[in-house]
Design a protein around this ligand. Structure first.
Ligand SMILES: NC(=O)c1ccc[n+]([C@@H]2O[C@H](COP(=O)([O-])OP(=O)(O)OC[C@H]3O[C@@H](n4cnc5c(N)ncnc54)[C@H](O)[C@@H]3O)[C@@H](O)[C@H]2O)c1
Length: 263
């Protein structure tokens, strides 16, 4: 674990005895979250389509004396998502928290050049997957006395994002899903929140601006500080929303962007 991740972990073991599931846990924000949860005592189920990255993430936690299990999963595939939840529950002993974080952004293109195939890909991976994960996580949590779920939206889920319509629509959808389910399951002791990261230094962000220095310059010009978040700074917000400190927080869309979209 890097010093940065260890600092985020805070040396506390407040997740001891808890089982947490992180989707998209092989990379970026999800990977940072797996380290923080594990550093705070959780057993961590890691889901991703990237088998090598997911196995490495689980091995790093297990080698450091923690407990992690990688389940190769395409979160757009309902039987696979059900298998994921069932496996985490049976192998790690429950499911107390879930961070539904996997997504696909695609590239920014003028709207008239966008295609239905790419629209469907973005919506399926970035929105439908969150619905599927929540459906099977909640089914377990309902029978287990409750839990906490955090979904990853985006600043693009709060404000419009020209040339990135499908992604912005998916991330707005994640907030609608989060708020509606938070109301529906409050009496079942299931808290459901979202984080809305700003630009974060991850492979997805690098892919977005790959080979386009003008786009990268424009993205940096939209930050308030001249830097992107590092993944652990964003993951820490999701961990807090899952923690006991957030026991009366549900239905929230927490911005983690140093004030980009609040202006
Ligand atoms: N990086 C940013 O600037 C930024 C900003 C706002 C929101 N976000 C959101 O943060 C979340 C994490 O993104 P990141 O930047 O860490 O990206 P990332 O590319 O580093 O990680 C995303 C992970 O999701 C996995 N994944 C993709 N499709 C999958 C599928 N069908 N099934 C299972 N796993 C799948 C990938 O393999 C990858 O490991 C995403 O929801 C993203 O939309 C990122």
């Amino acid at each position: 674990m890097s010093k940065e991740d260890a600092d985020m972990a805070g040396g506390s073991d407040d997740f001891a005895g808890k089982v947490v599931l992180v989707t998209g846990g092989a990379s970026g924000i999800g990977l940072a979250a797996t380290k923080i949860f594990a550093g705070r005592g959780a057993a961590v189920g890691i889901a991703d389509i990237d088998a090598a990255g997911g196995q490495a993430a689980a091995a790093a936690i297990n080698d450091a004396g923690g407990r992690a299990l990688f389940v190769e999963t395409d979160v757009t595939d309902e039987p696979a998502v059900k298998h994921l939840v069932d496996t985490v529950v049976s192998e790690l002993g429950g499911l107390h928290c879930a961070f539904n974080n996997a997504a696909y952004g695609g590239r920014m293109v003028p709207f008239e050049q966008s295609t239905l195939a790419e629209w469907n890909r973005v919506i399926t991976i970035s929105l439908t997957s969150v619905y599927l994960c929540m459906k099977h996580e909640i089914a377990h949590m309902m029978g287990a006395g409750g839990g906490a779920i955090v979904n990853t939206s985006s600043g693009a889920g709060i404000v419009g994002c020209p040339r990135f319509e499908a992604y912005s629509a998916a991330k707005h959808g994640v907030l609608g899903l989060t708020k509606s389910a938070a109301m529906e399951f409050a009496r079942s002791n299931i808290r459901i929140n979202a984080i809305c990261p700003g630009h974060t230094d991850t492979p997805m962000q690098a892919q977005l601006t790959d080979g386009d220095p003008e786009l990268k310059e424009w993205i940096m010009s939209t930050t308030t500080t001249g830097r992107m978040a590092n993944p652990a700074e964003v993951a820490a917000a999701a961990v807090w929303l899952c923690s006991k400190e957030a026991s009366f927080v549900s239905g929230d869309s927490m911005m983690v962007d140093m004030g980009i979209v609040c202006r």
